[in-house]
Design a protein around this ligand. Structure first.
Ligand SMILES: *[C@@H]1O[C@H](CO)[C@@H](O)[C@H](O)[C@H]1NC(C)=O
Ligand SMILES: *[C@@H]1O[C@H](CO)[C@@H](O)[C@H](O)[C@H]1NC(C)=O
Ligand SMILES: *[C@@H]1O[C@H](CO)[C@@H](O)[C@H](O)[C@H]1NC(C)=O
Ligand SMILES: *[C@@H]1O[C@H](CO)[C@@H](O)[C@H](O)[C@H]1NC(C)=O
Ligand SMILES: *[C@@H]1O[C@H](CO)[C@@H](O)[C@H](O)[C@H]1NC(C)=O
Ligand SMILES: *[C@@H]1O[C@H](CO)[C@@H](O)[C@H](O)[C@H]1NC(C)=O
Ligand SMILES: *[C@@H]1O[C@H](CO)[C@@H](O)[C@H](O)[C@H]1NC(C)=O
Ligand SMILES: *[C@@H]1O[C@H](CO)[C@@H](O)[C@H](O)[C@H]1NC(C)=O
Ligand SMILES: *[C@@H]1O[C@H](CO)[C@@H](O)[C@H](O)[C@H]1NC(C)=O
Length: 857
C-alpha cells in the first residue's frame, strides 16, 4: 500500500514540480499521505570495505550519500570511515562504548545513527565535540544503554533532531540534563518514544528551560502520569505526541489547560492509540477546542459510530486524523462547516465505512478527504459505494483518496460536484466498470490513479469513459489487465496534456504510433512488464512524441529493430535539458546477425554520440544463442564487426541480386529449391499437415457454432517424453489413470496403432487430446525426436490461440536441464510459461497439482 501511495505522491511532488495541488497544506498532506522514505532500508550496493582496525563491514548507497556499517560479532570498535558521506549508520555491532576522539574525523556528517548495538552501555561525554555540522542524531534501539550523561552532546551546535527511541532509559530526569539549550542550541525535535519512563514529573524538563524545542514525542513510554505543569518549561513547544500510553483524559486535559493558561501555543496534538472507546472523551475535546491545537490525531482509538454530535464545535482544527478507529458510520453533519469551519484535511482511512450514503456530504470546507482502505478483512469484507451526487457540495475538494476500497463501478454521476479536484486515487479497488463521462465533472483533474483494478475484465477501455480529462497530467493504469488499445477509438485523444503515462504490468504486445500521437507533452512512458515483442515501425519518429523516460523492462523484446534504434536516437537528439532514461533490462534479445546487424550498422553510421554512449553503458543482456546468453547486448555489438555478419550481409545482398536479375542464376536457385524440397519433404508434409489441422480446427469451430456436431477428445492428455523417462511416465499413468476421477492419457508405446506412420500417428493423437504434457528432462532436450515433438506441440498451441485462456500445453520439468541442450522453442517455453517441477519429496502435492491443471477445463 505504501508503495502505491508513494508512487502517487512521488509523481506529484518530485517529478512534477508545478503541482500546486494543496498550496498551503502541501507540507501537512505530504507528511500524512507520503511518510518519509526509509533510505537506509534500501539496497546498499557499494562495498566501502572492511575496516581492519574495528572489524566492521561498511557498504554505501549508489549515490554514496549514506554509509552503513555493521558486522555482528567482529565489529567491536567504532568503525573508521575514510570516504566522506552525508549520513553514517552504525548498526548491529557489538560495540560496548564510544569514547572521545573516535568520532572526531567525522566532522563532515549531516546525520549519524547509532542503532541496535545491543552491547552499547556507555557514551563518553564530549564524544561528539567535532561534529559541529551534524543536523540529525539517532541513538536508538541500544537496549543496554540506560543513561546519557550531562556532557554527552557537547559541541552539537547545529543539531536539530535528536532521536532516542527504544533504549534502556527508565528515568527521564537522568537524561534530560543532556538536552540543555547551552549544549543543544538548535534542537527542534526530540523523540524519546519507547522508553519505559512511566511518568513525567513536574521538573522533568526543567533543565531544558529556554530550549528552542518545537516537537516532542513520548509515545509508548508506559506513561500513566504527566504532571500538568511539566511541559511549561518548554516554551516553544508546538507539537506533542503522547500516543500509546495509559493516560486518561483528565490527565491530558489538565496539562492542556495549564499550557493554555500560560500562553503556550500547542498546534499539533497526537493522541493515537490511547484506548479511548465508543466516542472521544467529550470534556477533553471541549478543552482542545479551547486551545490553539490545529492538528488533532485520534487514530487507532475505537469510535464505532461517529454521530452528528460526537464532536463539539472545534473552530481551530484544520487537520483531523481518524484513521483506523473502527468507524462503521458517520453522521452526515459530524464535520459540518459550522462545527469545523477551518477543517481542511480529514483522514478516515482504515475504517469500516460502507461508503457515502447520505445525500451530499456536507463538508464543503474540505480540501483533502481520505476514505481509503475501508474494505474490512477477507473474512469480513466491506463494500464501498458512493451514492448519486454525494459530492455535490464538495466544491473545494482537491484531493480524494478512494484507494483500497471494494468499489465495483463508477458512473457519470459518482463524482459530480468535484469541480476543483486535482488528484483522484482509485488504486486497488475492484473497479471493473467505468461509465461514459465518469471523469467529466472533474475538469481540472491532474492525476488519476487506476492501478490494480480489473478494468478490462468485462469491457474495453473507450474514449467515452475518459471524456473531459483535458488537464490530466498523470495517468496510472498499472496492472489493469489491458491487452489492446484500439486506434479507431483512441483513449488518449481525450488527454492531450498528459505528461506521465504508466502502463506497467499489463498484457500489451504491441503499441502503435497512432495511439501515442495525441500525447504531444508526454515525458514519461512506462511500458515495463508487458508482452511487447519489438516494433517495426518507428513510434516516436512518426508520432512526434519525445518522452525523456522510456521504461521497457521485463518485456519479450527479442529483436533490436531498425525502428527501435531510430526511435531511441530521436529521443537522444531531442532531449533538451532532460537526461534521457531508457530501460531495456530483462528482455529476450537474440544476439545474432539476423536480428542485430542492421541496427548495429545503422548505429555506427547514423547514431548520435549520446546514443552510442548509451549503448556502451547499457547492461541489458542477450538471452540466446547459447554463446551469448546472459552477456551484454553492448558486448555483442562491439564484437559484431569481427564476426560472420559481414558474410551474412553479403549473402543477403547476393540473394537480392538473384531475385532482381532474371537470369540463369534464378534457374539455378530454383533447382536448389527443388533439391531442398526433396531433401526436406518430411518437414514439408508436416507443415502441410499442420495447415490442414489448423483449417480443420477452424471448420470444427464453425460447425460447433452451428450446433451440428461436437467431437469429444479421445484423450485427456498426450504425453511427450523420452524413453529414459519411462519410469516416471508409468508412475504418472498410475497416479492419473488408476484413481478417480480417472483420466485417459495417450502414451506413445501403448496407444499407437501398430503400423501407422509415426509422425502421422502422433499428429493424430495430439488432435484427439485436450492437453499436451511435455516431460522435460536432460534426455528429452537431447533427443532429436523429442525436439520434433516439442515443436509440434508449440505450433499446435499457436494454432489454438484464439483469445481464450485455454492453453493445452503443460510442462513438467524433471531435474536440472542443461541449457546447452535446449532449443529456442524449449527455452522460450521455460521462460514464458509456468511449469511444474517434479520433486520426489513432495510427490503427493505434485500429482494433485497436475491433476488440478488437467481437470480444470
Ligand atoms: C494492490 O493490488 C496488487 C495487485 O493486485 C497487489 O499485489 C497488492 O498487494 C495490493 N495492495 C494492497 C495493499 O492490497
Ligand atoms: C575536526 O574538524 C575539523 C573541521 O571542522 C577538521 O579540520 C579536523 O581535522 C577535525 N579533527 C580531527 C581530529 O579529525
Ligand atoms: C485519571 O488518572 C488519575 C491518576 O491515575 C486519577 O487520579 C483520576 O481519577 C483518573 N481520572 C479518571 C476520569 O479516570
Ligand atoms: C501564543 O499566542 C499568543 C497570541 O497569538 C501570543 O500572545 C503569545 O505570545 C504566544 N505564546 C508563545 C509562547 O509564543
Ligand atoms: C474556554 O476558555 C475560556 C476562556 O479562555 C473559559 O472561560 C472557558 O471555560 C473554557 N472552556 C472550556 C470548556 O474549558
Ligand atoms: C473490444 O473491442 C474489439 C474491437 O473493437 C471488439 O472486437 C471486442 O469485442 C471488444 N470487446 C468487448 C468486451 O467489448
Ligand atoms: C492543456 O492545459 C491547458 C491549461 O493547463 C489548457 O489551456 C489547454 O487547453 C490544454 N490543452 C488541450 C489540448 O486541451
Ligand atoms: C534549458 O535550461 C536553460 C537554463 O536552465 C533554459 O534557459 C532553457 O530554456 C532550457 N531549455 C529547454 C528546452 O527547456
Ligand atoms: C543512415 O541514414 C541514411 C538516411 O536516413 C540511410 O539512407 C542509410 O541507409 C543509413 N545507414 C545505415 C547504415 O543504415
Amino acid at each position: 500500500m505504501w508503495l502505491g501511495r508513494t508512487l502517487w505522491l512521488l509523481l506529484c511532488y518530485v517529478q512534477y514540480t508545478k503541482c500546486n495541488v494543496l498550496e498551503e497544506y502541501e507540507e501537512i498532506s505530504r507528511n500524512i499521505l507520503y511518510p518519509p522514505e526509509d533510505i537506509i532500508a534500501n539496497a546498499l550496493p557499494i562495498e566501502v570495505g572492511k575496516d581492519r582496525s574495528s572489524g566492521c563491514i561498511c557498504r554505501s548507497t549508489k549515490n554514496r550519500k549514506v554509509i552503513v556499517c555493521f558486522g555482528n560479532y567482529e565489529c567491536k570498535k567504532f568503525p573508521k570511515v575514510n570516504r566522506q558521506s552525508e549520513m553514517l549508520v552504525v548498526r548491529t555491532t557489538v560495540l560496548p562504548e564510544v569514547r572521545v576522539g573516535e568520532l572526531d574525523s567525522l566532522y563532515y556528517l549531516k546525520a549519524l545513527r547509532i542503532e541496535a548495538n545491543h552491547q552499547l552501555k556507555y557514551l563518553q561525554p564530549g564524544l561528539f565535540r567535532n561534529l559541529t555540522t551534524l543536523h540529525q542524531l539517532s541513538i536508538s534501539y541500544n537496549t543496554a544503554l540506560h543513561v546519557i550523561l550531562e556532557g554527552t552532546f557537547d559541541g552539537l551546535k547545529s543539531l536539530r533532531e535528536l532521536i532516542l527511541v527504544n533504549n534502556g532509559f527508565t528515568n527521564i530526569l537522568r537524561i534530560a540534563p543532556a538536552f540543555q539549550p547551552t549544549k543543544l542550541p538548535s534542537l527542534r525535535k526530540l523523540d524519546l518514544s519507547e522508553n519505559s519512563f512511566e511518568m513525567i514529573p513536574e521538573n522533568a524538563f526543567q533543565s531544558m528551560r529556554g530550549s528552542p524545542l518545537r516537537k516532542l514525542d513520548i509515545n509508548l513510554c508506559r506513561l500513566d502520569f504527566i504532571h500538568p505543569d511539566s511541559f511549561l518549561h518548554l516554551e516553544m513547544l508546538q507539537e506533542l505526541s503522547i500516543g500509546e500510553n495509559d493516560l486518561n483524559s483528565s490527565i491530558i486535559g489538565d496539562f492542556l489547560i495549564s499550557l493554555k493558561k500560560n500562553n503556550r501555543n500547542l498546534t499539533h496534538l497526537d493522541l493515537n492509540s490511547m484506548g479511548f472507546r465508543k466516542h472521544p472523551p467529550r470534556h477533553l475535546m471541549e478543552i482542545i477546542a479551547n486551545t490553539t491545537v490545529e492538528r488533532l490525531t485520534l487514530s487507532n482509538n475505537q469510535f464505532e459510530i461517529i454521530s452528528d454530535d460526537t464532536f463539539p464545535t472545534m473552530t481551530n482544527i484544520k487537520v483531523l486524523e481518524l484513521r483506523g478507529v473502527s468507524a462503521l458510520s458517520i453522521g452526515p453533519n459530524a464535520f459540518e462547516p459550522k462545527k469545523f469551519p477551518d477543517l481542511r484535511i480529514l483522514l478516515l482511512s482504515g475504517n469500516n465505512l460502507p461508503g457515502i450514503h447520505w445525500k451530499h456530504i456536507s463538508n464543503q470546507q474540505l480540501v483533502l478527504l481520505d476514505l481509503s482502505l475501508n474494505k474490512g478483512t477477507t473474512s469480513n469484507p466491506m463494500y464501498f459505494e458512493i451514492d448519486r451526487g454525494a459530492f455535490l457540495d464538495c466544491r473545494e475538494l482537491r484531493v480524494l483518496n478512494l484507494a483500497f476500497n471494494r468499489m465495483k463501478s463508477i458512473f457519470d454521476y459518482t463524482f459530480i460536484g468535484l469541480e476543483k479536484l486535482k488528484m483522484l486515487n482509485l488504486e486497488n479497488g475492484t473497479i471493473f466498470h467505468i461509465g461514459d463521462g465518469t471523469f467529466k465533472p472533474m475538469r481540472y483533474l491532474e492525476i488519476l490513479n487506476l492501478a490494480n483494478n480489473p478494468l478490462t475484465a468485462n469491457e474495453n477501455l473507450t474514449s467515452a469513459m475518459f471524456e473531459g480529462l483535458n488537464e490530466l497530467k498523470i495517468l496510472i493504469l498499472k496492472n489493469c489487465g489491458i491487452k489492446h488499445f484500439y486506434n479507431e477509438d483512441n483513449v488518449f485523444k481525450m488527454m492531450p496534456n498528459l505528461t506521465h503515462l504508466i502502463l506497467r504490468n499489463n498484457e500489451l504486445y504491441y503499441i502503435t504510433p497512432e495511439l501515442l500521437k495525441p500525447l504531444k507533452n508526454l515525458q514519461v512512458l512506462d511500458l515495463s512488464e508487458n508482452l511487447l515483442i519489438s516494433w517495426g515501425k518507428p513510434l516516436f519518429l512518426v508520432s512526434g512524441l519525445k518522452p525523456h523516460s522510456l521504461y521497457l523492462t521485463d518485456n519479450k523484446i527479442s529483436h533490436f529493430t531498425l525502428a527501435m534504434i531510430q526511435d531511441m536516437n530521436i529521443l537522444f537528439e531531442n532531449k533538451g535539458n532532460f537526461t534521457i532514461e531508457i530501460d531495456l533490462m530483462d528482455n529476450l534479445f537474440i544476439c545474432d546477425c539476423a536480428s542485430m546487424y542492421k541496427s548495429y550498422a545503422w548505429l555506427q553510421v547514423n547514431g548520435s554520440a549520446a546514443l552510442k554512449e548509451y549503448f556502451r553503458q547499457s547492461n541489458f543482456l542477450c538471452s540466446s544463442p547459447d554463446v551469448w546468453e546472459d552477456r551484454r547486448v553492448a558486448d555483442y555489438f562491439s564484437s559484431i564487426k569481427n564476426m560472420r555478419c559481414l558474410m551474412y550481409e553479403k549473402i543477403s545482398n547476393m540473394m537480392l541480386l538473384v531475385w532482381t536479375a532474371p537470369s540463369i542464376v534464378t534457374l539455378i536457385f530454383l533447382a536448389l529449391i527443388v533439391a531442398f524440397v526433396y531433401k526436406y519433404k518430411l518437414y514439408i508434409t508436416y507443415w502441410l499437415f499442420l495447415a490442414k489441422l489448423a483449417l480443420g480446427r477452424k471448420f470444427l469451430k464453425q460447425s460447433k457454432a452451428e450446433g451440428l456436431q461436437v467431437i469429444c477428445p479421445k484423450y485427456d492428455a498426450f504425453v511427450s517424453y523420452c524413453s529414459e523417462d519411462r519410469e516416471f511416465v508409468s508412475e504418472m499413468v498410475n497416479q492419473l489413470e488408476r484413481s478417480p476421477p480417472c483420466l485417459k492419457l495417450c502414451i506413445y508405446e501403448r496407444d499407437f496403432e501398430i503400423g501407422s506412420f509415426i509422425s502421422e500417428a502422433i499428429l493424430g493423437s495430439i488432435k484427439e487430446s485436450r492437453y499436451i504434457i511435455l516431460i522435460i528432462s536432460n534426455n528429452f532436450a537431447k533427443s532429436q525426436w523429442c525436439r520434433w515433438e516439442t515443436q509440434l506441440a508449440e505450433y499446435h498451441r499457436l494454432f489454438l490461440e484464439d483469445g481464450t485462456t485455454y492453453d493445452p500445453l503443460v510442462l513438467i520439468r524433471i531435474g536440472n536441464v542443461e541449457s546447452k541442450y535446449l532449443t529456442t522453442t524449449l527455452k522460450f517455453l521455460l521462460k514464458t510459461k509456468i511449469y511444474l517441477s517434479w520433486d520426489e519429496r513432495r510427490s503427493d502435492e505434485f500429482w494433485m497439482k497436475l491433476r488440478g491443471v488437467i481437470v480444470k477445463n
